[in-house]
Design a protein around this ligand. Structure first.
Ligand SMILES: Cc1cc2nc3c(=O)[nH]c(=O)nc-3n(C[C@H](O)[C@H](O)[C@H](O)COP(=O)(O)OP(=O)(O)OC[C@H]3O[C@@H](n4cnc5c(N)ncnc54)[C@H](O)[C@@H]3O)c2cc1C
Length: 487
């Protein structure tokens, strides 16, 4: 069902909840919220509310429900799939003022936070106790825990420690009708459906998380970080496969190709070797184990043709290694006026051939593609470089980017590893899933949000209810039966 546009009366009620200074309605203020990190799609919201606590969030959502106004939650707006883009006629509920770390429970290895807490601040807060919060997206210095939950965000260290979902124990959530529920539990294996698991990764479509209990992890005794330079991406990919096949589970295994090294070097001067493929491998654990594993990693890399191995000898040097990798996306602006950040997954063993195929597609399209990614997870981030000023090139870049996703599906992978489907990739959902799979997901969504006001038009293709198959529109059986409506 479509939401209805806001009215002066609705805005008056909204102002009564959050106060004058926390309600934005001027066009120049609203434009800040028209998109997230994916700037190709923009919708100016009719208002932005900046609640200061969970109670206000609940009242705003209940008001939206009463007036059937679409809303979208927003953390820091760093999402890369248009997830926080407002709906036409809808409002934005910004969680930027819910920034309290409410509880630090070291003996039980838990932290309770509000959703607007910045990811890296959790680790900062527990570091003196020798703990850390494991999910570490490259945007961790700016993105929020609420956004991380919605996207089930990953990062370099998720290869060993797991994605966000592994680290979220429980949540207080405001459902789209304004009801407040507790999802998950601090107990292991609580009875009932795992609604916590359903909510994590639901891209803001099932409600708004207002309080989150996170699991924190004890800092390993020892960490060693290695840079290995190769003469080809095939050799680099092969080294990753062999390391994992040898039974070694690195804390991180990140890969960069020549173009991404060039961009990163231009921005942060990490001193990376000038090579076709660079591997950044981190091993952690108890000292003796780490020494042993790192020797094996070095041997495998050398066996795959690595011609330079550089071990970080201090924490400062390790941070420099990571700085180059973490800056790579943002650094693309140094070598190209525009670029699309793609996010797909392939089985790890398909790395060399998929990278070769990407090179072929890139040459055929006449567009450069830089690759920087979580190689251990098979989570690719091809960056398609283009120049918007050249007529037709943006469209070509979008097509190439779509073809890369199709490669991932064909290799038995996925259209997203961590950035979400959002607005950007919803059409690809029907290329990845069969109709009954999509219909099942839709039924879950409808159970949480029968009015379709909570971040509508995301994940699932419009205008068809369950699966966008190109060609004439065929109503879904649920629609024909009057069980569900189009939204
Ligand atoms: C340079 C750069 C590097 C990045 N690197 C990574 C990476 O390594 N790994 C990775 O996974 N991502 C990465 N991202 C993507 C992005 O940072 C993550 O998706 C992040 O989790 C988004 O957080 P946010 O606070 O900015 O959320 P937003 O962009 O504001 O929102 C994202 C989604 O979360 C929903 N949402 C926000 N708060 C809540 C809440 N409290 N309850 C329910 N839904 C909510 C929104 O509605 C939206 O759908 C990167 C982005 C950039 C710009």
């Amino acid at each position: 069902m479509q939401g209805t546009p806001t009215t002066p009366q609705f805005l008056q009620h909204l102002r009564a909840i959050v106060g004058d200074s926390a309600l934005l309605t001027a066009n120049e203020e609203l434009r800040t919220y028209e998109c997230d990190g994916l700037t190709n799609f923009r919708v100016v919201p009719t208002a932005v509310a900046l609640p200061s606590d969970a109670g206000q969030v609940q009242k705003i959502v209940a008001l939206c429900h009463q007036h059937r106004i679409p809303f979208v939650a927003r953390g820091s707006g760093t999402g890369l799939s248009g997830g926080a883009m407002p709906a036409e006629g809808g409002i934005v509920i910004s969680l930027a003022r819910l920034t309290k770390i409410l509880e630090v429970d070291i003996p039980n290895a838990r932290v309770v936070v509000e959703p607007g807490v910045i990811n890296s601040l959790v680790t900062q807060r527990v570091a003196p106790h020798k703990f850390f919060y494991a999910p570490d997206p490259s945007s961790q210095s700016v993105c929020t825990i609420g956004g991380n939950i919605a996207e089930n965000s990953g990062g370099a260290h998720c290869l060993k420690y797991g994605f966000t979902t592994t680290h979220v124990l429980a949540m207080e959530v405001v459902l789209p009708d304004g009801a407040v529920v507790e999802l998950g539990s601090t107990m292991w294996d609580a009875p009932g459906y795992d609604l916590r698991g359903v909510f994590v990764g639901s891209e803001g479509t099932l409600g708004i998380a207002t309080k989150i209990t996170l699991r924190i992890v004890r800092r390993p005794e020892s960490v060693q970080t290695l840079l290995a330079a190769f003469s080809s991406t095939d050799d680099t990919g092969e080294a990753v496969s062999r390391i994992i096949a040898a039974g070694i589970l690195p804390a991180a295994a990140e890969m960069m190709d020549r173009l991404s090294i060039q961009a990163s070097e231009a921005a942060v001067h990490a001193g990376y070797p000038d090579c076709e493929g660079l591997l950044l491998i981190e091993v952690d654990g108890v000292c003796e184990e780490v020494d042993l594993l790192m020797e094996q990693v070095k041997e495998i890399c050398t066996g795959c043709g690595a011609w330079e191995l550089r071990l970080a000898h201090s924490e400062a040097e390790r941070q420099v290694f990571w700085k180059g990798r973490k800056a790579a996306f943002a650094a693309m602006g140094r070598i190209s006026p525009n670029y699309i950040v793609q996010d797909g997954v392939i089985p790890r063993t398909a790395l060399p051939q998929t990278l070769r195929e990407i090179r072929r597609l890139s040459a055929a399209a006449g567009l450069r593609v830089a690759n920087v990614f979580h190689a251990g997870d098979g989570n690719l981030h091809p960056l398609v470089l283009y120049d918007r000023r050249i007529p037709g090139q943006e469209h070509q870049a979008e097509q190439l980017s779509g073809d890369i996703l199709r490669l991932c599906i064909a290799a038995g992978g996925s259209i997203t590893g961590e950035h979400g489907v959002g607005f950007e990739k919803k059409e690809f959902m029907s290329e990845m899933y069969a109709e009954p799979d999509l219909a099942t997901m839709q039924r879950v969504r409808i159970a949480f949000d029968p009015l379709g006001i909570c971040n509508p038009q995301k994940i699932f293709p419009r205008p068809r209810l369950c699966a966008e198959r190109r060609g004439p529109y065929v109503p879904h059986p649920l629609e024909t039966a009057g069980v569900a409506e189009l939204f």
